[in-house]
Design a protein around this ligand. Structure first.
Ligand code: AMP
Length: 201
């Protein structure tokens, strides 16, 4: 049991390592890591209605409509394991989704405690994505789709950081280094905010 909550976002361009670090941070703080990309890919693989609705958009690297995405996230956050905290990876992805998330949290008397911004130079992101394409064979890791996704990140997603920065919620972390080094940097920044790792029983 913990008397402390940690409601976190991890934001960074594709290839910044946010998925990997998100899982590590969620584990350290004893909260679920919730990735909208993973949820959509699972729905596509399972051939559900949701999967059929989003398949073409994902394959082209385009965003799923906000209404649908925010409904999926709201459902997930309403589950019991997210009651005392969560780490969202890949959501919100634009200003409309920030407004949706604000409304959802406000209705529950909750707020985001910290936004982790993972900073990685563009060339490094592209190199990592190309490597992931070879290893995992993701259909949205082709060169053309990668360029589309990075463009969308810069135009639509990066501006959300301005909103959270104004709220004093953003910790910008250097995302170049070993996996352990980067995890430690993030944990140190969160601890500075008074958020603590879950003590192991
Ligand atoms: P990701 O694994 O986060 O890169 O997400 C993979 C794909 O899922 C994206 O390129 C989008 O097509 C879709 N997706 C994931 N999260 C969102 C979101 N918050 N809003 C809209 N589309 C999303």
């Amino acid at each position: 049991m913990t008397d402390q909550t940690a409601r976190l976002l991890i934001v960074g361009p594709q290839g910044s390592g946010k998925g990997t670090q998100g899982v590590r941070i969620a584990e350290a703080f004893g909260i679920p890591a919730i990735s909208t990309g993973d949820m959509f890919r699972a729905a596509v693989a399972a051939g559900t209605d949701l999967g059929n609705q989003v398949k073409t958009l994902i394959e082209a690297g385009n965003l799923v409509p906000d209404e649908l995405t925010s409904a999926v996230v709201a459902d997930r956050l309403a589950q019991e394991d997210a009651a005392d905290g969560f780490l969202l990876d890949g959501y919100p992805r634009n200003l409309g989704q920030v407004a949706d998330l604000d409304a959802f949290l406000e209705a529950r008397g909750e707020k985001i405690d910290a936004v982790i911004e993972l900073n990685v130079p563009r060339e490094e992101s592209i190199a990592r994505l190309t490597q992931r394409a070879q290893e995992q064979g993701r259909t949205d890791d082709t060169e053309e789709v990668i360029a589309n996704r990075l463009g969308i990140y810069e135009r639509e997603t990066a501006p959300i950081l301005g909103v959270y920065r104004e709220r004093g919620a953003v910790d910008t972390i250097d995302g170049v280094g070993s996996l352990d080094e980067i995890t430690e940097r993030i944990v140190a920044a969160l601890e500075q905010r008074g958020l603590t790792r879950r003590a192991l029983a």
